[in-house]
Ligand binder design. Structure first.
Ligand code: ADP
Ligand code: MG
Ligand code: MG
Length: 249
């Protein structure tokens, strides 16, 4: 059964219709790349899936793990296993990285009916994961993303994924200012998370990222809908032909 089914989704923000009949099905283990022209609604799709405030779904449905996703609060969605990654992640000054990760992990455990993790177990676990992504232990005491460099934010995002082990990762790398090292870091992080149970929706402007993260499907989102889909080779065709021929259709 699909992990995520988006059916004829219409969504608006500030009274503006942005998603206009978007449908997409994601099965466990699949990586779906979403490309498309600026202003098509790619980031909006991410915000809507995350349940971000200010977005209204006016038509259609989103089913995640058999549940009506649109009825869940933002925190419930995260606890249910949806992870949202953005190129410019929020800074949360005053809330330590460590505290944030622990709260998020415990919310997830609570959602699954499990008890809170032991403080010492968590400390050992998070240190181990931080080491894996090359983040110094001192970064765990800092405010979430507070004053982090681009590369550190990217490592921190991967750390969050490693700790939370989400079922569905929605990653928006659009308009990416990532340099080649950060790009490879992002790709390594995503690839390390790939598994038959876990799915990825990867929003990207650049074919280049897909050289490192090979998608199962590539979709073009234009004017608020998925207008064409293909396999990994479709990204190369898009690189060559652009999006104009699809928007006109
Ligand atoms: P993409 O990520 O594909 O470039 P976005 O989802 O960011 O596209 O934006 C889609 C459209 O919605 C754009 O025309 C954008 O200007 C508009 N939009 C996005 N957020 C808002 C907002 N808060 N208020 C009004 N319009 C918005
Ligand atoms: Mg944009
Ligand atoms: Mg965008």
């Amino acid at each position: 059964t699909p992990m995520l089914t988006i059916d004829n989704l219409h969504a608006s923000t500030s009274g503006k219709d942005i998603l206009k009949g978007l449908s997409l099905t994601v099965n466990p283990g699949e990586v779906h790349a979403i490309m498309g022209p600026n202003g098509a609604g790619k980031s909006t799709l991410g915000h809507v899936l995350a349940g971000r405030e200010g977005y209204e779904c006016t038509q259609g449905s989103v089913t995640f793990d058999g549940k009506n996703l649109l009825e869940l609060e933002t925190e419930e969605r995260a606890a249910a296993g949806i992870f949202l990654g953005f190129q410019y992640p929020v800074e949360i000054p005053g809330v330590s990285n460590m505290y944030f990760l622990k709260a998020a992990l415990n919310a997830q455990r609570k959602h699954r009916g499990e008890s809170e993790i032991e403080a010492t177990d968590f400390l050992a676990f998070v240190r181990q994961q931080a080491k894996k992504v090359g983040l110094e232990t001192s970064m765990l005491q800092r405010g979430v993303n507070e004053g982090f460099s681009g590369g550190e934010k990217k490592r921190n995002e991967i750390l969050q994924m490693l700790v939370l082990q989400p079922k569905l990762m929605v990653l928006d790398e659009t308009d990416s200012g990532l340099d080649i090292d950060a790009l490879k870091l992002a790709a390594d992080g995503i690839n390390a998370m790939r598994s038959p149970e876990r799915s990825v929706i990867l929003v990207t402007h650049y074919q280049r990222l897909l050289d490192y993260v090979k998608p199962d499907f590539v979709h073009v989102l234009a004017k608020g809908r998925i207008v064409k889909s293909g396999g990994p080779e479709f990204a190369l065709e898009l690189e060559e032909r652009g999006y104009g021929w699809l928007e006109a259709a």
